[in-house]
Design a protein around this ligand. Structure first.
Ligand code: SAM
Ligand code: CA
Length: 267
């Protein structure tokens, strides 16, 4: 065998030993041809490129959008209009909308729920991905916010798919359950008042079919979930994150998309 192959098998054995003996140190031995090699960490530095999620600076975020974003013109126009709104920061990011649209298509979803509509960008992204007979039960309490949405839903030709219910979301969901709609929905997006999330999650879990998906927004809450909670919203998100982590009714993935997006698939 060549010297290079010998080095490789030696490093495989050494790295197996390092992994078994020090599993939490995340170190490995990196051979260097002609030299004696060195110990490297694969948590930080160049060796770690795929072992944790990247931080996106503005340049890389621009690159991501330039090289992947596909929007209907009504979505672009709605984003521009919402950017001028005093509460415009509540809108989901466009790449998150595109990701949710992909999930809808992957699942072949037809019946969906949205809790927290605002000016309608997330509904628009989902509605565009639904088949013509697909529906969104869209829950919000604000006529002021949601009336901004309708012209854009109409311009995109999807207004007929969006059943906007102006009432506290819990009342709308409970009414659907009382009407016997348990198990009839494929997908739900939760993005309204954070202290209501747990109740919305429980109702959505009943309304979804097995294999249905709940997407929960803002689960990282600008990073504040990792510190001691100083307000009710942060505490509610921390409690829900803790609960979902051990909830055996679902399959779980928490993604660092936007402000943190948890995907919970009903088992
Ligand atoms: N998903 C939206 C988007 O992408 O543009 C953003 C939703 S915004 C973060 C939250 C929305 O939840 C607001 O429009 C607010 O009126 C609504 N909301 C707050 N409390 C609610 C409640 N109890 N029931 C239903 N909607 C509520
Ligand atoms: Ca949100």
């Amino acid at each position: 065998r060549s010297a290079r192959e010998g080095e490789r098998s030696l490093s495989t054995m050494l790295n197996w030993f390092l992994y078994k003996r020090f599993p939490r140190l995340h170190i490995r031995w990196q051979p260097s041809h002609g030299g004696c090699g060195k110990l490297v960490s694969f948590i930080s530095g160049a060796q770690s490129m795929s072992s944790r999620t990247l931080n996106l600076d503005d340049t890389l975020y621009d690159y991501l959008l330039t090289h992947s974003l596909r929007e209907h013109p009504a979505q672009t126009a709605l984003r521009a209009a919402t950017a001028k709104h005093a509460r415009g920061g509540m809108q989901i990011s466009p790449e998150q909308g595109q990701f949710m649209a992909l999930l809808i298509r992957l699942m072949g979803a037809r019946n969906t729920i949205e809790i927290g509509v605002f000016t309608g960008y997330s509904s628009l992204a989902v509605a565009l991905a639904l088949p013509d007979d697909g529906r969104i039960l869209a829950c919000d309490i604000s006529d002021e916010y949601t009336s901004i949405a309708r012209p854009y839903w109409e311009a995109a030709g999807v207004a007929h798919k969006i059943d906007l219910q102006l009432a506290p979301a819990l009342a709308t969901l409970d009414a659907r359950l009382a009407a016997g709609a348990a198990g009839q929905y494929d997908f739900a997006f939760i993005d309204a008042d954070k202290t209501g999330y747990d109740a919305y999650y429980e109702r959505c879990l009943q309304l979804l079919r097995p294999g249905g998906l709940i997407a929960i927004d803002n689960v990282l809450w600008d990073g504040s979930v990792a510190a001691v909670a100083e307000d009710n919203d942060t505490a509610a998100l921390q409690d829900l994150n803790r609960k979902l982590h051990r909830d055996e009714r679902i399959d779980l993935s928490m993604l660092p998309v936007g402000d943190g997006l948890t995907l919970a698939r009903k088992r």
